[in-house]
Design a protein around this ligand. Structure first.
Ligand SMILES: [Zn+2]
Length: 318
């Protein structure tokens, strides 16, 4: 068995949009999603958040528009033949430039996201190159500092949709002693195909942080149920998953057959939870799940005082 190491994982900082995690070097336009001070491309300490860069670019293009307005004003003055024409061109041109400046000032915030999306399209290659440098940095640090390598890969994973990255994160997570108080991820690590490492991780999460087992994980487990069963300890992982999802009545109503298949393996507290849901939900009372729950109850918990307050309905059914 793999020897696990104790670690302290830094919680992942949440942002509203994934791109807000990116910084860009003012000097060479290299992107990074990590937190290094010096640019891995040009070596300078000139990173700024991409949102700041978007504001700078927007202001710069607005400045160009104002210069064009001023240039047109001056051209009008030069081509004027009378003093009156000069006064009209100059006054009108300057008034329009000031008006433009006022309007632009109000538009900076709304214009910046549009500018940013256009700019990302132009800088696509550099963005890919920057993320590639980030991945190389994470991989190279792994032999010396697994925790840091995991945090780097997790950060990269917020922007890079790659199964390879997910597998690397999973292999690192499986080498750590996981605790409930850690900021752990699950849905972001789900793969399309079956993977034993992911299956084991799901089993561990189901025990220490059952609230992370949600619809998408459940669908992954259901899609690969046969593969789970064929791996060592797979049945126990499925039982742990069922133990995790019975916390929500909704899942019991949606997936009664899946729960029925592993109900017998549930520990007492999880079975009690399932028992209470089944006995109080009229839609489930005549289901196969209710029959299975009744059989388990009769064979294991009939005389258990914890079940006494809730057993009447099911007892009546049996
Ligand atoms: Zn740079």
């Amino acid at each position: 068995m793999m020897k696990k190491i104790p670690v302290q994982i830094t919680p992942l900082k949440r942002t509203r949009y994934a791109f807000q995690r990116l910084r860009v070097c003012r000097s060479c336009h290299n992107f990074t999603v990590l937190w290094e001070k010096e640019c891995m491309h040009c070596g300078k300490s000139a990173f700024i958040p991409v949102e700041h860069m978007a504001v700078r670019l927007t202001k710069r293009s607005m400045q160009t528009e104002r210069l064009v307005a001023l240039f047109l004003t001056l051209a009008g003055v030069l081509f004027s033949s009378t003093f009156q024409e000069i006064a009209i061109c100059l006054g009108g041109g300057l008034a329009l430039t000031v008006l433009l400046w006022i309007v632009q000032r109000q538009m900076v915030q709304t214009e910046s996201p549009r500018k940013l999306s256009k700019w990302f399209n132009q800088e696509q290659d550099r963005l890919i190159q920057g993320l590639r440098l980030n991945i190389e940095a994470a991989v190279s640090i792994r032999p010396d500092n697994e925790r840091l390598a995991y945090e780097m890969l997790r950060e990269i994973g917020t922007l890079v949709d790659s199964d390879r990255n997910r597998l690397q994160q999973l292999s690192l997570l499986r080498s750590f002693i996981l605790r409930r108080d850690m900021d752990l991820q699950l849905e972001s690590l789900l793969l399309f195909h079956f993977d034993e490492g992911l299956a084991e991780y799901i089993g561990e999460i189901a025990k220490i942080k059952p609230e992370l087992i949600k619809e998408r994980t459940l669908l992954y487990v259901l899609d690969h149920e046969a593969e789970f069963l064929s791996m060592p300890g797979g049945k126990e992982i499925l039982a742990a998953t069922v133990g995790a999802i019975v916390r929500m009545k909704r899942y019991v109503t949606l997936y009664p057959e899946f729960i029925r298949r592993y109900a017998r393996l549930l520990p007492k507290d999880r079975f009690l939870r399932l028992f209470r849901i089944v006995t109080t939900d009229p839609h489930l009372q005549f289901s196969n799940l209710a029959v299975e729950v009744a059989e388990i109850y009769n064979s294991k918990y009939q005389w258990d005082p914890d079940f006494q307050n809730t057993d009447k309905k099911l007892g009546h059914n049996v």
